[in-house]
Design a protein around this ligand. Structure first.
Ligand SMILES: Cc1cc2nc3c(=O)[nH]c(=O)nc-3n(C[C@H](O)[C@H](O)[C@H](O)COP(=O)(O)OP(=O)(O)OC[C@H]3O[C@@H](n4cnc5c(N)ncnc54)[C@H](O)[C@@H]3O)c2cc1C
Length: 293
């Protein structure tokens, strides 16, 4: 029987792990990908205290992991499939290969990109249409043309990141551009074209990608990067741990002793690394209180 299992090694999970490691609980931190989470996608983090000149998201995420190691903690590579509650009030955490029993569990699985229904997108394949900038960077080289679909902070952060690397970037936004004015200003000073008020109606692979829009001519591009929002990743919770909010959205069952959600998964729209870290610490302190009782 373990004391604490933490699912997800993004900022929230790592902050919880550092706190609990220091408190002598030796938490098991499970991560399906590269530790550091979504922060690794951020171009330049300028609002995290301690880095007055800003820091790349990837580097900041590496520092979080180094900090965890320095405290004697570690990350186990595993994909959690399901978390359920046992009759004795403990929890079963199932991964692809193993099942753990634990007195408390902190779920810090963050968010996933919202899928957008674009005609033809599946047929062009995931080497042409991406939701993940790191995958795109792995599979492409500048000066390819990239069309980013979205108009929020993430779309513009991706745009600036790609422009800095020498890609030819256009941002297409379905409605109004909603990003931070600072990011929009930087995009204007860079070579990024931003178009608002047009949706993609269809994509076709014709050697290059032909992207058809409503009310505008087609756009030719090499790749499409979709950044149309994110939603909480709650799918690993067993149905008994899921509740519906007053607006009908899926949420976790409230007031379940020993089960804590932390970070972007519960952040509503206020998704920032600092908030995720505070939320991770809060969850760790609640778990600690519960275990000491
Ligand atoms: C482009 C971009 C720019 C950003 N810029 C900033 C910024 O400048 N400043 C700022 O403060 N914030 C920024 N953010 C937001 C910040 O990255 C997030 O708020 C933060 O990463 C959330 O941390 P988290 O730990 O809650 O979730 P995440 O970082 O999403 O981590 C969740 C982790 O859980 C893992 N996981 C998911 N499911 C499973 C499973 N079933 N089993 C095991 N592991 C699993 C994932 O692989 C991931 O590593 C930015 C985000 C983006 C996309």
């Amino acid at each position: 029987m373990l004391s604490v299992v933490i699912v997800g090694a993004g900022p929230a999970g790592i902050a919880a792990a550092i706190y609990l490691q220091r408190g002598g609980f030796d938490p098991l931190l499970l991560e399906k990908g590269v530790p550091g989470g979504l922060l690794r996608h951020a171009n330049n983090v300028e609002n995290y205290p301690g880095f007055p000149r800003g820091i790349s998201g990837t580097r900041l995420a590496e520092l979080f992991v180094e900090h965890l190691w320095a405290m004697g903690g570690s990350v186990k590579n595993a994909t959690v499939k399901c978390i359920s509650r046992c009759e004795d009030g403990t929890f079963a955490v199932s991964t692809l290969d193993e099942e753990y029993r634990t007195k408390t569990v902190i779920i810090a699985t963050g968010t996933r990109a919202k899928l957008v229904d674009i005609r033809g997108a599946q047929a062009v394949g995931d080497h042409r249409a991406f939701y993940d900038i790191l995958e795109l960077l792995d599979m492409t080289r500048p000066p390819e043309k990239i069309l980013i679909y979205g108009g929020g902070d993430a779309a513009f952060d991706y745009g600036l990141n790609l422009d800095r690397r020498g890609y030819d970037v256009t941002i297409l936004c379905r409605s109004r551009i909603k990003c931070l004015p600072l990011l929009r200003e930087r995009a204007e000073h860079a070579r990024i074209r931003a178009i608002e008020g047009h949706s993609i109606t269809r994509v076709m692979d014709e050697g290059r990608l032909r992207v058809e829009t409503d009310g505008m001519g087609p756009i030719e591009t090499d790749r499409l990067l979709i950044a149309c929002g994110r939603e909480p990743r709650l799918d690993i919770l067993a149905s008994s741990l899921i509740a519906l909010s007053s607006t009908g959205e899926r949420t976790h069952a409230a007031d379940m002793p020993g089960l804590y959600l932390a970070g972007d998964i519960v952040a509503d729209r206020r998704r920032q690394a600092g908030i995720a870290i505070g939320s991770g610490l809060n969850a760790a302190m609640l778990a600690e209180q519960y275990l000491r009782k």
